[in-house]
Design a binder for this molecule. Structure first.
Ligand code: NAD
Ligand code: UDP
Length: 335
């Protein structure tokens, strides 16, 4: 298929673009490079053995998107472009609603105009509410608690309504749990700009000497060791999950939602210990109070994707830490 990958220079999009190219799809990357670099597109080309088409374009530039999609006769859009920092979304809500909600809306309008009806959306486990205890199945109560989460839920709603209005749409909203790791080559991976908010990139910052010690946010949660538990999923598994979702959409119209997680949670200290094992270095840490807005545990019921699309995550926490460490060592200056 001829597939547009918005945000394809970013962390998850670059891995998915590569996976699609390796599955013989024609890939067109559209990214404004606001949180990424063209180097990752070049690395995807090196790994695939041929280059994807690349446009440094904002998804809200309707004229340009229309031109690109029609020039390449795009058949499906995988939509990763957007802003993703929860804390920043609280201080800059307009930027989040503009990029994430308005950006998606503009994209869908162009798609409708051009008759493109297949869409895969990067949603997030952050749409689940706190009324229920994890594990979260897709039908669990929703209730995001910050503008980033609201923006994801609003786009899901928009997609659901669109599919009701016109049954020819084929849409999958994929709710990622905690993406981690890198391509095993060490050529593409996560390159956080500024001080990372997320656990794994921060631990890597400690391992590479950028930060003195990890700050563990809370050791008084009702979890086995008192630290927060999350469902980390290897970015390579996420990538294969997108190809599975695209295959699924060839047989299933309408709005479909899937968790992409492993169904298994690990604590902050288990992540630290695993990084210590794979790197052979100690990781100093200090325990601070809980981070506002954090939940004790979040992990998926991952059965639906397995039953419907025959996809499940295969890779272990060990391989996430190993591949992330390999990427950090090979790219000391990032890119
Ligand atoms: P990322 O920042 O690495 O990738 C997003 C890409 O989109 C970047 O390359 C950025 O330059 C581009 N972009 C942003 N706004 C754009 C715009 N208006 N027009 C064109 N390009 C734009 O982030 P990621 O971790 O790869 O996340 C990809 C998607 O997955 C996002 O939608 C994110 O919300 C979602 N998601 C990520 C996580 C996570 O923990 N990484 C978890 C759940 C969901
Ligand atoms: N965390 C931590 N120190 C950090 C970053 C995160 O202790 O520097 C903890 C955080 O409190 C949570 C877990 O690690 O329990 C995962 O946090 P992350 O931000 O990676 O993911 P999210 O909270 O968005 O699921």
């Amino acid at each position: 298929m001829r597939i547009a990958v918005t945000g394809g220079a970013g962390y998850i999009g670059s891995h998915v673009a590569l996976e699609l190219m390796q599955a013989e799809h024609d890939v067109v990357i559209v990214d404004n490079l606001s949180n990424s670099s063209e180097v990752s597109v070049q690395r995807v080309a090196d790994l695939a053995g041929h280059a994807p088409a690349f446009y440094q374009t904002d998804i809200r530039d309707v004229q340009e998107i229309r031109r690109i999609f029609s020039y390449h006769s795009i058949e499906a859009v995988l939509h990763f472009a957007g802003l993703k920092a929860v804390g920043e979304s609280v201080s800059e809500p307009l930027a989040y609603y503009d990029n994430n909600v308005n950006g998606s809306l503009q994209l869908l309008q162009v798609m409708r105009e051009l008759g493109i009806r297949q869409f895969i959306f990067s949603s997030s486990a952050t749409v689940y509410g706190q009324q229920e205890q994890p594990p979260f199945a897709e039908h669990a109560a929703l209730g995001p608690t910050n503008p980033y989460g609201h923006s994801k839920r609003m786009v899901e709603q928009l997609l659901e309504d669109l599919c009701v209005s016109d049954p020819s749409w084929r849409v999958a909203a994929l709710r990622y749990f905690n993406p981690a790791g890198a391509h095993p080559s060490g050529l593409i991976g996560e390159v956080p700009r500024g001080v990372p908010n997320n656990l794994m990139p921060y631990v890597l910052g400690v391992l590479t000497g950028r930060y003195e010690q990890l700050r563990v946010f809370g050791q008084d949660y009702p979890t086995p060791d008192g630290t927060g538990v999350r469902d980390y999923i290897h970015v390579m598994d996420l990538a294969s999950g997108h190809v599975a979702a695209l295959d699924y959409l060839q047989q299933h119209a309408g709005f479909n939602v899937f968790n992409l997680g492993t169904g298994c949670g690990y604590s902050v200290l288990q992540v630290v210990e695993t990084f210590e094992q794979v790197s052979g270095h100690g990781i100093p840490y200090t325990v601070l109070p809980r981070r506002p807005g954090d939940v004790a545990e979040s992990f998926a019921v991952a059965d639906k994707a397995w039953k419907s699309m025959s996809w499940r995550a295969e890779r272990t926490l060990q391989s996430m830490c190993q591949d992330a460490w390999n990427f950090a060592q090979r790219n000391p200056e990032a890119y």
